[in-house]
Every structure is written in C-alpha cells, then in structure tokens.
Design a protein. Structure first.
Ligand code: GLU
Length: 393
C-alpha cells in the first residue's frame, strides 16, 4: 500500500523536479546541511509520515539536480521505533530507546533510500556519536567519509547512533549534531527544520507576537524570548536551536530555522524567497581546520588548567602564543595526552581550550617548570571570543 501510493506520488512529482530550475534565483552556495526534526517527519503516534518525507526528498532532489551538495541530518529513528514495539515492563528507558533506535533507524533509512532512489539519487547512512567529534582522528575519518560520499554523488544522511550513545555520551540533540556537521563540512548554510516557522519575540499565536526574521551579531541576548519548552518527539527545543544557530553563524555559516511542514521550504530558502523563517546571519569571518574543530569542543573537554596572570596576558595578546608549563598553577581533572582541556584564569574565567600535550599526571608533576615543549601548542588552541574579540589564525 505504502509503496504503491508513494510510487504514484513520486512519478507525478519527479517530472516536476527534472524540469524545475532555480534559474534566476540560483542559490549562492554549493554545499548545504539540512536538519530534519522528528516532529516534521513523524505522525502523532510516532510512525513515519512518508508523504512529508517525500516532500522533503523532492525539495532536496531539486537542489541536488542543480549540482548543490546536500548533507542531510535526520532525526526520527527513536520515534519511528517507538511506534513499532513496546518493550516489556522490566526494560529500562535507556534500553527501550536503544531498541527503538535499532528498529526505527532502519525504517527511517529505508524510506529515505526508497524515495531518493525514485529521483535517481543514492543515499547513504552515517551514524555518529559524541566520541566521533572528540578525537581529531575520528573527526577527520568522519569528514573524509562524508567528503568521499559527496564526491561520488552519494547523499549522506547523518543521525546520532542512538543505539550506543546514552546519557553523558549523547549530543544535546540533533541540532547540536547538525551544527557540528555543517561546520566540519564547510557548508555555506544550515537549514534547521522543525514544526514552527522560526524564533518569535513572544509566545507564538499571542497578540503582538512576531516572527524574528533576522538575527545577527548585534541582536543582543534573546533568552527572554525563547521558551525552553520542548514539543513532541524530538529532544531539542527552540532554546538549543537558537544557541547552536548563533554559534554556527558566528563561525561564518548562514543558519535558517524554518518550518519543515511547509511544502518547498528548502528551495524557497535557497532562492531567498520571502518565506517565514529566522535567518541567523553569518559572520563574515570563517574559521578553518583545527581551530574550527577545537571551537566546537567545549562540551568534550576532559579537564582544566589554571594559568597565572602573566600567561593569561600573553594568551590574550594578538601574538601567536603557546601555553607553557611555567604559566600553569593548577591542574584539574583527569585527561590523557591529546585530550581537550579548558584554560581557566585564577578567578575561574574560561579563557579558551586546547589539546593537551601532556597527560594530567605529568602536567601535575611539571607545574611551573620551564619545559621547552609547550603544554598546549598555539596551533591547537582557541581563545574564547569573549576574552578576545578576534580569533587567532
Ligand atoms: N537521534 C534521535 C532520533 O533519531 C533524535 C534526537 C533529537 O530529537 O534531536 O530519534
């Protein structure tokens, strides 16, 4: 039944996709990340909304046929699995979610593969965990994998590996994952699709409340507008969406929060058509390479080192400065060589982050010593934007 009705619908739509051109409104990007929330593609009982998925696929196919590289980040696995099985009472909630993800991820990918296949597009799956981003080698493996898929015209569909990532090993939600992926893959834009039109300046639907069309660096603190309430099946809410969007925009990527239940929302945004959405305007400065990876690593830091005032001043200076053991007064936490650690001043302010060249035991032994090998090399360090307006390159 599903196959028949979807077949009928896709045959009808495909002819449209092939003749559709973004002609005069050709998007100004060649690579884009699109995040699809659970609430967009699932029905009230959690089962997959195949017609909605078809609409998303159709929209993505239009971009794809224009030669635009698309990386899709899709939620929906846990919800789809939940609609299929009810684990026994003795199964705890963590295990239940693992089971749902194990079932739902297959269903989710089957739908995508089937529907993209109708447009002659091969879709492939990539499942990530937080650990994949913590270790630079894993990070590069993942980046190489997605790059190779794109080069070979395979459309990557990314999700968290919910079967194995539990509790503290989890991403906050797929919004966080989409931010990491768009930054890692140097996308020009990220579109985050949920079931609302964007960020409002009050309670949506209430008199006087309006959609905020544009947010940039000058927009100030938006916390008072944004509800931390979550809706439906997804893990994320507008609060995390907004903070991720601002962070990613500050790294030089345009972010759009939009309503994925509106038809052709993706192509409308790509054509810069006047559609309801919130645009987080990209900062013109784009970070690259190691420093970009590090700037996303604040949630992965394993420990911290406290630095004295002299070292703090040197690090905040515009010159390229590595952190030496002589500038360190305390070592907190347990970390291995190669782990990410925070750099903190005597008052406890976060100065930045870097990749430790010594483990915590060795660092502790050598506090204040004049060793030639730095504790954090300048190339593997980022200084907090708040402390230092311009990031070291
Ligand atoms: N990875 C989860 C899933 O596929 C969704 C997480 C989220 O809601 O952001 O169900």
């Amino acid at each position: 039944m599903f196959t028949y009705s979807i077949n009928f619908a896709t045959n009808y739509i495909i002819s449209g996709v092939n003749s559709y051109k973004l002609k005069n409104n050709k998007p100004d990007f060649n690579r884009i990340a699109i995040k699809v929330g659970s609430n967009v593609i699932t029905q009230e009982d959690g089962s997959l909304n195949d017609r909605r998925i078809l609409r998303i696929v159709e929209d993505v196919a239009i971009l794809y046929k224009q030669g635009i590289e698309v990386v899709l980040i899709s939620s929906g696995a846990v919800a789809a699995g939940r609609s299929e099985v009810s684990p026994s009472k003795k199964t705890n909630i963590v295990a239940a979610k693992q089971i749902w993800a194990a079932i739902g991820q297959v269903k989710l990918m089957s739908s995508y593969q089937f529907l993209f296949g109708k447009y002659g597009i091969q879709a492939g799956q990539l499942l990530a965990t937080k650990e994949s981003f913590r270790d630079r080698r894993h990070y590069l493996n993942m980046k190489n994998c997605i790059s190779a898929m794109l080069e070979n015209h395979v459309l990557p569909i990314v999700n968290e590996n919910d079967t194995v990532s539990v509790n503290e090993l989890m991403f906050t939600d797929n919004d966080e994952l989409s931010g990491l992926i768009s930054s890692m893959m140097d996308c020009k834009s990220l579109i985050i699709l949920s079931n609302v039109d964007g960020v409002y300046n009050g309670i949506p639907g209430k008199k006087g409340t309006e959609l905020i069309a544009r947010i940039d660096e000058e927009s100030g603190n938006l916390d008072k507008y944004i509800s931390s309430v979550k809706s439906g099946f997804g893990r994320g809410g507008m609060f995390t969406k907004c903070s991720i969007a601002r962070k990613i925009a500050s790294h030089g990527i345009d972010v759009f929060i939009a309503n994925g239940t509106r038809d052709s929302i993706i192509t409308d945004i790509a054509r810069r058509k006047n559609v309801p959405c919130t645009h987080f305007v990209a900062n013109r400065k784009r970070e690259t390479g190691v420093k970009k990876w590090l700037s996303h690593s604040d949630t992965f830091a394993k420990g911290a080192v406290v630095v004295n005032d002299g070292a703090k001043e040197a690090l905040l200076d515009d010159k390229a400065t590595s952190l030496l053991m002589v500038g360190i007064t305390r070592v907190d936490g347990f970390f291995r060589s190669g782990d990410i650690v925070r750099i903190v001043d005597e008052e406890g302010n976060n100065i930045g982050l870097g990749k430790a060249q010594y483990d915590s035991k060795k660092a502790e032994q050598d506090i204040g010593e004049k060793l030639s090998k730095p504790f954090i090399h300048y190339d593997y360090m980022v200084i907090n934007e708040k402390n230092k307006p311009v990031l070291q390159e």
